[in-house]
Design a protein around this ligand. Structure first.
Ligand code: GDP
Ligand code: IMO
Ligand code: MG
Length: 428
């Protein structure tokens, strides 16, 4: 059985927490796209884990895979492995021999390009993600299989590094790339990682055929997808369910269930239009109560009301089997709540998320209003029917609008702060 976890908004929906929950009943947890731009948080008791590259099944000691679609910064990966080892884990990780490697010039280029892009800058995490994917697409990338063969690796560096140097020189940047020191640095990473590198497509397909439970952990969110997101303010990979197949070597016919992770309101870190953004005290309240500060960069996240135009479009692209609603506790105590069900643009009602950023920036959200609910004892809640009626009205509206059942409600960062309505792995 294969279950995919996909962010339905702009990232940071709580994918790490939900992955950790489903990981309990899975055998293998896989990252299939993105890189260390992701920041996934898991809270177990008093301990908080923040993973950037490590799949969030690490705490459950599951088999972990970085698929071919991931861009891997080996330094960051080694740091995460070492950190886990200090915490008493010995991560059983496999890295695809087809995954592209983030090189020092990618990180430098990310910063330079962002500065030059002006109004087109997405506000990237500056981890070298975009430049690494650009090199992959233009077939200038270095993959783990190249690193395994030192002759090939050296030949590639000899060819690529002088070209990158020319780019830095043309930009007038004070950067001096040294082939020998890059070679030595990456050879030391190779020594550490070489036993983890394999053909993960074969590994995953064999595991699936043997009846193992595979959990695919999406990074970012559907509206950061390079094709379907708010281009150009997106990331550089396919973050939607389609990315599962291209990023892991698994056929679309093998995806059994897809869960969309949806924060009970909206947040965004980075640039671009945000129709339901709250620039007032309520936005500030959500940011403070929801602790909305970037896991990777520490940047304050922009916050706003739940935007169902965004989520409905994600449902269209991903055909979710269910939605996991997260951070519902953050809304507790607010007197009135709003959910955006459509946009108004120049007198017309828009239901489908626009591709044109100028149009999106002029869209006015149309809201349904809801009564808030007071604090209550979550531990007494065993099913959806015993939730406060106002909260039920809020979640029922989400289900009706998205035509997708809610399979999980998360009301805190910890594992046990979760109401599981349907567990796909156990068929509950
Ligand atoms: P991800 O990138 O989708 O994995 O999400 P992040 O980890 O970047 O951000 C989600 C934040 O919300 C983390 O700090 C989580 O610990 C926290 N979190 C997850 N679920 C809940 C929840 O239901 N309620 C609250 N209050 N916090 C949550
Ligand atoms: P997780 O997995 C939220 C945003 C950046 C920027 C844009 C491009 O934790 O949900 P990049 O560095 O990828 O080139 O940046 O995408 N971004 C994220 N926003 N959560 C993430 O990951 C993100 N990863 C990238 O802020 O606007
Ligand atoms: Mg995050």
């Amino acid at each position: 059985m294969l279950l995919a976890i996909i962010g339905s908004q702009w990232g940071d929906e709580g994918k790490g927490k939900v992955t950790d929950i489903y990981a309990e009943n899975s055998d293998i947890v896989v990252r299939f796209q993105g890189g260390n731009n992701a920041g996934h948080t898991i809270v177990v008791g008093d301990k908080t884990y923040k993973f950037h590259l490590m799949p969030s099944g690490a705490v459950h000691k599951k088999s972990l895979v970085l698929g071919n679609g991931v861009v891997v910064d080996p330094k960051v990966l080694i740091e995460e492995i070492e950190k886990l080892k200090k915490d008493g884990f010995n991560p059983d990780i496999s890295i695809s021999d087809r995954a592209n490697i983030i090189m020092p010039y990618h990180r430098i280029l990310d910063g330079i390009e962002e500065k030059m892009k002006g109004a087109l800058a997405a506000g990237t995490t500056r981890k070298g993600i975009g430049p690494c994917y650009s090199d992959k697409i233009s077939r200038f990338g270095i993959r783990f299989s190249d690193l395994l063969d030192l002759e090939v690796f050296r030949d590639k560096l000899n060819l690529i590094v002088p070209i990158k140097q020319k780019i830095f020189d043309a930009f007038g940047e004070d950067v001096n790339l040294n082939i020998e020191s890059i070679f030595n640095e990456y050879v030391s990473y190779r020594a550490y990682l070489k036993d983890y590198i394999k053909d993960t497509s074969v590994f995953l397909n064999n595991a699936y055929d043997q009846g193992k439970n595979i959990l695919m952990e999406g990074a970012q969110g559907t509206h950061l997808d390079i094709d379907h997101g708010i281009y150009p303010f997106t990331t550089s990979s396919n973050t939607n369910a389609g990315g599962v197949c291209t990023g892991s070597g698994i056929s679309p016919k093998k995806i059994d269930r897809i869960v969309g992770i949806t924060k009970a309101y909206t947040s965004r870190v980075g640039e671009g239009p945000f129709p339901t953004e709250l620039l007032d005290k309520e936005g500030e309240y959500l940011r403070e109560k929801g602790k909305e500060f970037g896991t990777t960069t520490g940047r304050p996240r922009r916050c706003g009301w739940l935007d169902l135009v965004l989520v409905k479009y994600s449902c269209l692209l991903n055909n979710f089997s269910g939605l996991a609603i997260t951070k519902i506790d953050v809304l507790t105590g607010m007197k009135k709540l709003k959910i955006c069900y459509a946009y108004e643009y120049k007198g017309k009602i828009i239901h489908d998320f626009p591709s044109n950023m100028k149009i999106l920036s002029e869209c006015k959200p149309l809201y349904a209003e809801f009564e808030g609910w007071e604090d209550f004892d979550w531990k007494k809640i065993k099913d959806a029917k015993s939730l406060p009626t106002q909260l039920q009205a809020y979640t029922k509206y989400i289900e009706e609008q998205t035509k997708t059942p809610i399979c999980m409600i998360s009301y805190g960062p910890k594992r046990d702060e979760t109401l599981i309505l349907k567990d796909f792995f156990r068929g509950v």
